[in-house]
Design a protein around this ligand. Structure first.
Ligand code: GTP
Ligand code: MG
Length: 340
């Protein structure tokens, strides 16, 4: 008897109830031309399409009906559908946590930086925001028993402050091979706010192909701040930033990744975010439910820093003391901090 050879992909497609679409072309009603259009507007993967809005696809010249069909198929494939509260609870159990390197901060945020959500580190210059980003980019690679996710990091650097030497010393301290660790950090520098937006819009493919579970934007706000000066452009700035954050949270949910952003603020935190960037003013979808904010400030002791959990969807406010050393982000030993 002649045997029929079939790829694993075709085999899966045979089963009508449980379809797996590997590429966007595999979705019903997505031909080569539509796939091209979708890619142009930043949808390279089925996962990203599952969280798309019809209007976004329509903007690329796809009809309403078709857009709805494509999104529905992508959702079905990605298993995004109505769930019971019990199923929701189970989905939440897939939330991963990445250690910050400091047990004190981890405790403050109930175990580490969470996937499926945005964590913002904000504070003055030199407070340690970028150091935390470097540390997390290394720590995400640790196995779960050491506080990582055994996965890789995407690093969008807007101020050219990423330092490979820091990664090397942090990796060495953890007994990891620095070369391997740096191979697992996918890096891009963003030159302007538009470039930053574009990088994220095109990120879904690289996230999927590289087992990314941590998306870092350091700094989220620097370009926006320097490019949009004055009251008259404030609304436009916030609108762009909103959209950017919206994209970020959708990527974090689609790929079960942690999103970490930094935001430099003066000693007296300004109202940058209060004006709706992430607060649900106007009913925006990126509400505070997915946003944890941690203020980092310098302290009296050498290298000592204080992390203050300022807002979280489900945790009480609180503070943690940590330090930044040659090894990276660490706990302070008892007696090390006298008084502040
Ligand atoms: P801005 O980006 O300017 O807003 O600051 P930031 O909050 O990102 O600060 P960053 O994370 O760059 O922190 C810089 C501080 O980290 C330095 O002032 C040092 O205190 C500390 N730091 C950085 N590298 C090292 C290191 O190799 N050894 C030690 N001991 N400390 C370091
Ligand atoms: Mg920095």
């Amino acid at each position: 008897m002649e045997s029929v050879r079939m790829s694993a992909k075709e085999k899966v497609k045979e089963k009508p109830q449980q379809r797996v679409y590997e590429d966007i072309e595999d979705l019903p009603s997505v031909g080569a031309a539509t796939a091209e259009k979708l890619r142009e507007i930043g949808f390279h993967t089925v996962e990203a399409l599952a969280t798309a809005a019809v209007s976004e696809l329509v903007a690329a010249g796809i009809s309403d009906k078709r857009a709805a069909e494509i999104i529905a198929a992508a959702r079905e494939a990605s298993e995004i559908r109505w769930v019971t509260a019990k199923q929701l609870a189970q989905y939440k159990t897939t939330i991963g946590k990445i250690t910050t390197g400091s047990r004190a901060i981890d405790n403050l945020i109930s175990g580490g930086v969470e996937t499926q959500a945005i964590t913002e580190f904000f504070g003055e210059f030199g407070s340690g925001k970028s150091q935390l980003c470097h540390q997390l980019a290394v720590n995400v690679q640790l196995p779960p028993e050491r506080g990582g996710l055994g996965a890789n990091a995407l690093y969008i650097d807007t101020e050219n402050t990423f330092r490979i030497e820091r990664i090397t010393s942090m990796a060495k301290h953890l007994g990891l091979d620095p070369d391997e660790v740096s191979e697992r950090i996918i890096y891009a520098e963003a030159y302007t706010s538009d470039h930053q937006i574009l990088l994220l819009e095109k990120a879904d493919k690289v996230i999927k192909e590289n087992n990314i579970r941590l998306i870092i934007i350091d700094s989220l706000t620097a370009h926006f701040r320097s490019e949009y000066l004055g009251r008259q452009v404030l609304a436009e700035r916030q609108q762009k930033l909103n959209k950017h954050l919206h994209k970020l949270i959708r990527l974090a949910r689609a790929f079960n990744a942690a999103a970490v952003v930094t935001n430099q603020v003066m000693a007296r935190p300004d109202e940058f975010f209060a004006h709706s960037a992430v607060s649900p003013v106007g009913g925006h979808i990126v509400g505070h439910t997915s946003h944890t904010r941690i203020l980092i400030r310098k302290s009296a002791g050498k290298n000592v820093r204080i992390a203050r959990l300022v807002s979280s969807p489900h945790l009480p406010e609180g503070e943690a003391v940590f330090k930044i050393t040659e090894n990276g982000v660490e706990d302070v030993e008892e007696g090390e901090v006298k008084s502040r």
